[in-house]
Write a protein that binds this ligand. Structure first.
Ligand code: 6GU
Length: 284
């Protein structure tokens, strides 16, 4: 199993700090169709992934592949416009590489957003799910970015994952949703990561549903595991872009275009929520 020495993360972090005056407290990883948030940062410095030493390259359509530094509501942020997925063929270590770089930049809080399909009957396309917990299916069978020698400088060999989605931030998010008048679109739920890139079969969808999964996607869990390992506070949102087909009578099927379309439709609301939450959350 390959691991990166701390100096590989350090090299990237040092390069970034030599290129920008921003010293972010918050990092945001934007999901499919939700990257526009990065464009709203004030006093931007942005870097194509291909120009950042040591950074992986993104390949998915709908993911731009830029790291954007700037301010949101007076807080210093760094935003990934485009993330890395396991199904692209990246090792999980590459997928989560930016998270450890963020840690070295001084980031204390990680925001993650993604597009997900709903299994819960109460989650409709266009709804926004506050991630309360996750099921890391690849992780359960040993595809975990923390596999291999542990780097004690980042965190412990056996990190706890209970409470990895910060409760205070989840409560504050719900309060903000009420104030913005979008509480009707919001609820908490459990996100499951599957490997992809294919969407689920009906049998797989039924299995996930019966296991208590509310929404399913192909990202997020590895980043959250690595963030929790190194002591970052985490907040996550899933934008529900479609219902997962669970019935043999149903003639619907999902496609990537549809996923991006709902992303665009609700991107403004997701942006507003994240922006307000960042503005109002406490920072140490
Ligand atoms: Cl239905 N499945 C998965 N795995 N990811 C998705 C999705 C479905 N819809 C959006 N992302």
């Amino acid at each position: 199993i390959k691991t990166f020495g701390k100096c590989r993360y350090r090299k990237t972090a040092d390069w970034l700090m030599s290129q920008t005056k921003h010293r972010p407290q918050v990092a945001i990883i934007c999901g499919s169709g939700l990257g526009m948030l990065a464009d709203t940062l004030k006093c931007q410095d942005s870097f194509a992934y291909s120009d950042i030493p040591g950074f992986p390259q993104s390949t998915v359509q709908g993911h731009a592949g830029r790291l954007v530094f700037g301010e949101l509501k007076g807080k210093s942020c760094v935003c990934m416009q485009g993330r890395f997925h396991m199904y692209e063929g990246h090792s999980l270590l590459k997928t989560t590489f930016p998270v450890r770089v963020f840690k070295l930049l001084g980031v204390e809080t990680l925001f993650v957003t993604n597009a997900a399909g709903s299994l819960a009957d109460c989650l409709q396309p266009g709804d926004i799910m506050i991630i309360k917990d996750h099921v890391n299916f690849p992780g359960l069978v040993g595809l975990n970015p923390l596999c291999g020698p542990n780097d004690d400088k980042f965190g412990p060999r056996f990190p706890a994952m209970s409470g990895c989605y910060d409760k205070n931030l989840r409560c504050l998010a719900m309060e903000i949703a009420k104030q913005l008048g979008v509480a009707g679109l919001m609820q908490e739920g459990v996100y499951a990561m599957v490997g992809g890139p294919n969407f689920e079969t009906i049998a797989e969808a039924r299995l996930l549903h019966r296991l208590g999964v509310d929404a399913v996607g192909m990202s997020t869990a590895p980043e959250v595991v690595v963030a929790t390992h190194c002591g970052l506070r985490v907040f996550g949102l899933s934008l529900i872009t479609n219902k997962v087909v669970k019935s043999y009578e149903d003639s619907d099927s999902v496609n990537h275009e549809g996923v991006l379309e709902v992303g665009r439709l609700r991107s403004h609301t997701v942006q507003q929520l994240v922006t307000e939450l960042i503005g109002r959350m406490e920072i140490n």
